[in-house]
Design a protein around this ligand. Structure first.
Ligand code: SF4
Ligand code: SF4
Length: 383
């Protein structure tokens, strides 16, 4: 049976975070089950773009500091790594994002090493799903002795939720991510790409920063929510199963997790998951806002309602008044659906990956219903 530890932690006080993580690890077999002195441990953070830690868009820098200090105290070398989304003139802004999130400072102060996945070379894996012949992942994943996933608890306007399972997408360096968004335009195919990465890389532990979570239009344009939770597991799917239950989602409603169940990535049945720590049943996050585009099982199962919702659903639209013409969205769009001059979106081409919405640094890509009447109807239906 998979085990998930759910801890209550009210802020990023270093001592409190450290104690909660250490207590959680004790409950799943002690640190020496996972690491030994002299090991090089890679922390795969959630670094979606150049966003400060207090925006709840990235794994908080003090959370990363706490894990780094624990590992250093065990005699390990620590690497902090990821590849962010977005591109400016063809270059993913990972280096800048490392600075803005506060990881560069943490690394300097704690004696860790930053691994910018865009500059560290790649290692090829054979994707089990057969989506292509070889998939290239960042080499530090294979050079490190141990890889620990540090996901963030967030909603996602396209995938509905992003946590331990989805966080591995950043293992694909730089602009290659756009290619996989294009190949994975269908949610099930994208879910298989994510499962392929889990199978190819070797994550031994997942420690989720759910202290300051993101609700609504995540992963970057939502609002912070004080969830005050840390979730720990060796099973990413079990961790996410418990996490989404906190705000009322089910596995079958999140395509990436549904595929992860089919691919046997872990345990997706809550009744088969042992919960320990400060909670032995899943707590509820009261008033937590779900993304506008989220469709519940009830809506999916009703074919008529499903079709109406598909027709009326919110789509990305650039608010020209807010737009700074940086062209990050234009260059990051995997199907080149955004007009460079006018920023108009060609909905015939758009595959609704929401990268433009996710990566715009000034939140100028908004999710709009196709017309006002549609918006009112959706609000009435969804309550
Ligand atoms: S919508 Fe955002 S990302 Fe796109 S050009 Fe404008 S400011 Fe840049
Ligand atoms: S317009 Fe936006 S949502 Fe549509 S495919 Fe391009 S990046 Fe994705």
């Amino acid at each position: 049976m998979s085990k998930v530890i759910i801890q209550e932690c009210k802020d990023y006080n270093l001592e409190a975070v450290t104690n909660k993580i250490n207590d959680g690890i004790e409950r799943i077999g002690r640190w020496d089950k996972f690491i030994k002195p002299g090991d090089t441990v890679l922390l795969k953070v959630n670094l979606i773009g150049p966003k400060a830690s207090n925006t709840a868009s990235v794994t908080h820098s003090e959370f990363v500091r706490a894990v780094t200090r624990i590992l250093k105290a065990h005699g390990c070398n620590v690497w902090i790594g990821d590849s962010s989304g977005g591109a400016i003139a063809g270059i993913a802004p990972t280096a800048q994002a490392m600075k803005v999130a506060g990881y560069e400072k943490v690394a300097e102060e704690e004696g860790a090493v930053i691994k910018n996945f865009d500059r560290e070379g790649v290692t090829g894996i054979i994707p089990e799903s057969g989506c292509e012949d070889v998939m290239y992942l960042a080499r530090p994943l294979f050079d490190a002795d141990v890889v620990i996933n540090l996901p963030k608890l967030k909603t996602h306007s396209a995938a509905y939720y992003t946590g331990a399972v989805k966080n591995v997408f950043g293992c694909i360096p730089g602009l290659a991510k756009a290619k996989y968004h294009k190949i994975g335009a269908e949610p099930e195919v994208f879910g298989n790409i994510i499962s392929d990465i889990h199978r190819g890389a070797r994550f031994s532990l997942h420690i989720m920063d759910g202290i300051l979570a993101m609700q609504g239009e995540g992963p970057t344009a939502g609002t912070p929510y004080e969830a005050n939770k840390i979730l720990i597991s060796t099973d990413p799917l079990a961790l996410d199963t418990a996490a989404i239950k906190m705000f009322g989602m089910e596995i079958g409603e999140v395509p990436i997790l549904k595929v992860a169940v089919e691919r046997k990535l872990g345990e997706g049945r809550l009744e088969n998951i042992v919960l320990e720590g400060d909670y032995t049943s899943v707590p509820t996050l009261e008033g937590f806002k779900l993304p506008k585009r989220f469709r519940s099982s009830k809506e999916r199962n009703n074919k008529v309602i499903g079709k109406v919702i598909d027709f009326l659903k919110a789509r990305p639209k650039v608010n020209i008044k807010k737009c700074k013409s940086c062209n990050i969205c234009v260059e990051s769009c995997p199907v080149k659906a955004i007009n460079r001059e006018t920023k108009a979106i060609d909905y015939e081409k758009c595959i609704e990956c929401m990268c433009c919405h996710e990566l715009c640094l000034v939140q100028a890509v908004e999710l709009k219903n196709v017309n006002t009447a549609a918006g009112i109807l959706m609000k009435l239906y969804k309550g």
